[in-house]
Design a protein around this ligand. Structure first.
Ligand code: ADP
Ligand code: 5GP
Length: 212
């Protein structure tokens, strides 16, 4: 049996990756990896659904036991991808989606160069702030922290395989589908989303300069 494909998706917090992935993979048989984190659950989040919520001691024990495919510290909390579920699903031939930040994404690419890396860009950092405010799940303090980290995250987009702009949601969902389809059919027009394309490099630069 062929192994599944490992698809890594990163974007600054509030950019819309949860919204896009929810639409793209609504009726598909992919395995959506559930990460572990030491951050507190947000209202409405359930242990084992959005995340496995662990204490720092529990998380560090899992690091020591090599229980993560990757892990990183982000915004003062640990986040990590449980190794077993991801590896089992890949072996069973199922595609696996990791929604993770950039440090973890690069750890994955190093260990598993066949992973497909997709970065979702916001139109600007100020628009990110508006989306986080609209979502209403974080305090203004936490929003400030996340927004101040965003530019650093966006700079990493140059090193991904594909970059998608989430300005208009329907367009972003369609672009994401084009990229996913291109993994099995290289004839599709996903070239326009490749991070080494000059147009895409210019787009990343413009997002960063919008907020200079
Ligand atoms: P993430 O998973 O990247 O943290 P979410 O998917 O939770 O982000 O989206 C953050 C907020 O932005 C949500 O309120 C969502 O409805 C909104 N949003 C997502 N995409 C768009 C878009 N293209 N235009 C306007 N708002 C959007
Ligand atoms: P949030 O606290 O908003 O849910 O997530 C913060 C950041 O951590 C997001 O960029 C999210 O993609 C990332 N993240 C979630 N799970 C993991 C994980 O398992 N590993 C890594 N490295 N990052 C993760």
């Amino acid at each position: 049996m062929n192994k599944g494909r490992l698809i890594v998706v990163s974007a600054p917090s509030g950019c819309g990756k949860g919204t896009i992935l929810g639409r793209v993979f609504a009726d598909s048989d992919v395995y959506y990896s559930v990460s572990c984190t030491t951050r507190a659950p947000r209202e409405g989040e359930e242990n084992g659904r959005e995340y496995f919520f662990l204490s720092v001691a529990e998380f560090e024990k899992m690091i020591a036991e090599d229980g993560f495919l990757e892990h990183a510290k982000f915004a003062e909390n640990y986040y990590g991808t449980p190794r077993k579920a991801a590896e089992d699903n890949l072996t069973q031939g199922r595609d696996v989606i990791l929604e993770i930040e950039t440090q973890g994404a690069f750890q994955i690419k190093e260990k598993m160069p066949e992973a497909v890396m997709i970065f979702i860009l916001p139109p600007s950092v100020e628009e990110l702030r508006r989306r986080l405010l609209k979502r209403g799940t974080e305090t203004p303090d936490v929003i400030d922290k996340r927004v101040s980290q965003a530019a650093g995250e966006i700079e990493k987009a140059y090193n991904y395989d594909f970059v998608i702009m989430n300005d208009d949601l329907d367009t972003a969902v369609a672009d994401f589908e084009t990229v996913i389809n291109s993994i099995s059919d290289p004839e599709t027009d996903a070239q326009v989303h490749r991070a080494d394309n000059e147009q895409v490099k210019k787009m990343i630069k413009e997002v960063l300069e919008n907020d200079a």
